[in-house]
Design a protein around this ligand. Structure first.
Ligand SMILES: [Mg+2]
Length: 204
């Protein structure tokens, strides 16, 4: 039986969250009493601890504020509607923020599961969970705007697509929306990606 699974990142793929991550990092550092250089590393290391609760409250305050203004990109609903398979969100945003956004924009019904930082310490564990749950899938396609996550994805044997909206990419062009279609990137995308990857990219 043909079965494809689509895994989407949230911030940068579904929507854009207008958050000043430097300010957030400083607030967390002050609250936990040591300098936090990477929020993603912090979630990984302190998952399910008192410190992660403290940090979660700080980050969630910024996320909820950003979620109020954030809208799904134009191609999101059509992609979710037409994709022939199971769809997941794998995000290091909070469960509360993700749920509020999905309910507000009527998108929640499209997802088999929405994975957040409240239940997983990192993207690797989120992807492992999906691989475990979708054992009979012919292919799992993971879309993310972070090179860090793409590396993890490749190690797990998942089909990974680096998705950069700033380069004009659309979900409708990179995702097969029915079993008769294959992923076909416009010919110029690999060239643009190469140029993009040769520059240093730093994200929280
Ligand atoms: Mg992202």
């Amino acid at each position: 039986m043909w079965k494809h699974v689509l895994v989407l990142d949230f911030d940068g793929v579904i929507t854009y969250l207008d958050i000043d991550w430097n300010t957030v990092r400083m607030e967390i550092s002050k609250a936990v009493g040591f300098e936090v250089h990477s929020i993603l590393d912090f979630w990984d290391e302190y998952f399910s601890t008192r410190l992660s609760n403290i940090a979660n409250n700080i980050v969630e305050k910024h996320e909820l504020r950003a979620i109020m203004k954030a809208k799904p990109y134009d191609d999101v609903e059509a992609t979710l509607r037409e994709f022939d398979g199971e769809i997941y969100i794998a995000s290091m945003q909070s469960k509360k923020a993700l749920n509020i956004f999905m309910e507000k924009h009527g998108l929640k019904e499209y997802f088999r599961e929405i994975l957040s930082r409240n239940d997983f310490r990192n993207k690797r564990d989120q992807l492992k969970h999906i691989i475990d749950r979708e054992k009979e899938a012919e292919e799992i396609i993971f879309i993310d705007d972070s090179i860090r996550n793409l590396k993890i994805c490749r190690e797990l044997g998942v089909r990974c697509i680096l998705f950069i909206r700033e380069l004009g990419m659309s979900l409708l062009n990179v995702i097969p929306i029915s079993k008769r279609e294959n992923i076909a990137l416009p010919p110029y995308i690999p060239i643009i990606l190469f140029l993009f990857l040769t520059q240093s990219i730093r994200r929280s």
